[in-house]
Design a protein around this ligand. Structure first.
Ligand code: FES
Length: 110
């Protein structure tokens, strides 16, 4: 079982994190599909794919910041994601619990 920073929050489940990826038209135009592919690839490579759920969303009305994604339960919304930044996000935020401050758009915790 994943012993990362979020595991304790879901002691009765193996799912520690839920990532929502916007795949609305503006995010798509700016590379949301590549971002999503890199997210899946990186989670698998890091051995975290069993502990993270990914959901595609429609437009979140934040198109000027696209592509965006949200990490819960932390409630951190990221802006201007790229495949390179996703790699860093998985290694720093999902693996170690250290959000990428430079790309935080807003924080809306549960
Ligand atoms: S399409 Fe993603 S925020 Fe609008």
């Amino acid at each position: 079982m994943y012993k990362g920073y979020m595991a304790h929050r879901f002691s009765d489940s193996s799912i520690a994190c839920h990532i929502l990826c916007c795949t609305g038209s503006s995010c798509k135009k700016r590379g949301a599909a590549e971002v999503l592919e890199m997210l899946k690839k990186e989670l698998k490579e890091e051995g975290l794919h069993e502990y993270v759920h990914i959901t595609k969303t429609h437009c979140n009305n934040l198109c000027e910041h696209s592509p965006i994604l949200m990490v819960y339960p932390d409630g951190i919304w990221y802006k201007q994601m790229t495949p390179k930044r996703i790699k860093k996000l998985v290694q720093q935020h999902i693996r170690r619990g250290a959000p990428l401050k430079k790309y935080i758009l807003r924080t809306i915790p549960y």
